[in-house]
Design a protein around this ligand. Sequence first.
Ligand code: FES
Length: 193
Amino acid sequence: MLENEKEICNCNMIEEFMNKIFKTYLPEKDNLIQILNEVQDEFGYIPKTAQEKISEFLKIPMAEIYGVITFYSRFTLEPKGKYTISVCLGTACYVKGSQKIMDRLKERLKIEPGQTTEDGMFSIDQTRCVGACGLAPVFTVNGEVYGKATVKKLDEVLDRIKIRRIRGLGFGDGFKILIIKNRDFKPVPESLF
Ligand code: FES
């Protein structure tokens, strides 16, 4: 078990969850991806404890499970931040300047792609294409697409997340119609985002 995992995860909770989902699957290798999907959705990453349980259940070596997790970008071995911001560096987005957005994101959060801020708030990812090339350049926040992106738009999104955090608000409905102007929240058209 990783040292930092002890601090972050509740291993009993993971074992409980694994035992619960194992009741819904046959112990067949073909079920590996689906089980990993469930774990990723539940915990935001694939904890070592879950890998061990899957290995026992499906009788697959740990190395093979590790290989699958690292092959698919959807799966992660580290806990993700509350907000995962992913910049598309696929061709259409790259030629429209998405590298500048990535550079600004790294500068603002002081982390690299694949890392999470110390406060557990933000993670950075990079993707190759999210299927929204017509809106290039694109970044996503927890899977929500922000098209025709600019560094300014990224700054606005980061600022709004931080302010909503201070106010104890989530990133749910209504988020997109809030913007800070003269220190007040003002409604803005959805099309701005
Ligand atoms: S290349 Fe970025 S969405 Fe397709």
